[in-house]
Design a protein around this ligand. Structure first.
Ligand SMILES: Nc1ncnc2c1ncn2[C@@H]1O[C@H](COP(=O)(O)OP(=O)(O)OP(=O)(O)O)[C@@H](O)[C@H]1O
Length: 219
């Protein structure tokens, strides 16, 4: 069964500065949706508003008929990877995979280089290794939709390729909203791409659209 995600009517200002004013994002399970935008356009703020961790005056966020004011209370519907490390560094990988109810063997089938770190605290890994564990756990989290804010920073092209396979495994039953400055990765596997520019989201149809909206030029 297909499920639908919609976010619109979102307004955000800081003082006199308007950040978000004309937002519409629509997606569904089985789709990877990209969100591009230059630095400071409001991508992280938008994801935080959708997730309910940044208050705002107006918003409408829905999964099917359920209206989400505090999406962070509905991990069955929506999960969110923030830009910062969200797993406490003292937690061992054994505990993390247990808490997320995920198979470490399946993780190893994609990332065999983690064979020897099962009993180690995640904080003892390199920055890229730690980030990959966090991204993997969110991609595999048991939600209908997952938002990923800059999941590919600090990761190697090989790791990104393998994560893409993990996302594709999840796809039939799940949808993703992904923002990343590694736009060539996103353009390679997103089913649709929005560009956020001057407070407004634009659903693009081609690379030329993205260029016209000022994202690719000089990116
Ligand atoms: N608490 C705050 N008070 C004032 N301004 C803020 C606050 N939080 C964010 N901003 C501003 O809002 C704008 C949007 O920030 P946001 O982090 O959402 O951008 P972004 O598109 O995710 O950028 P980047 O690609 O660099 O991560 C920025 O100009 C930022 O400085």
């Amino acid at each position: 069964m297909k499920h639908v995600f919609r976010a619109d009517g979102i307004q955000l200002s800081f003082g006199l500065r308007c950040i978000l004013s004309d937002i519409y994002i629509g997606s569904e399970t089985g789709m990877i949706t990209g969100l591009l935008g230059r630095n400071g356009q409001g991508k992280s703020c938008l994801m935080n508003i959708i997730y309910g961790t940044l208050p705002t005056t107006d918003k409408s966020v829905r999964v099917d008929d359920a209206r989400l004011l505090e999406a962070f209370r509905r991990p069955d519907l929506l999960t969110y990877l923030p830009q910062f490390n969200y797993i406490p560094k003292h937690l061992r990988l054994r505990r993390i995979f247990l808490d997320f109810e995920l198979s470490f063997d399946h993780f190893l089938s994609h990332f065999p280089e983690y064979q020897k770190v099962y009993e180690l605290p995640v904080g003892s890994l390199s920055g890229g290794q730690r980030r990959l564990v966090e991204v993997y756990c969110l991609i595999k989290s048991k939600a209908l939709f997952t938002m990923l804010d800059e999941p590919f920073s600090h990761l190697s092209p090989v790791q990104v390729e393998r994560l893409k396979l993990v996302m594709e495994e999840e796809l039939p039953a799940k949808g993703f909203l992904v923002t990343d400055h590694m736009y060539h990765y996103l353009l390679g596997f997103c089913h649709q791409v929005y560009v956020l520019q001057n407070g407004k989201t634009h659903l693009t149809k081609s690379r030329e659209d993205i260029e016209r909206l000022g994202y690719l030029a000089g990116a």
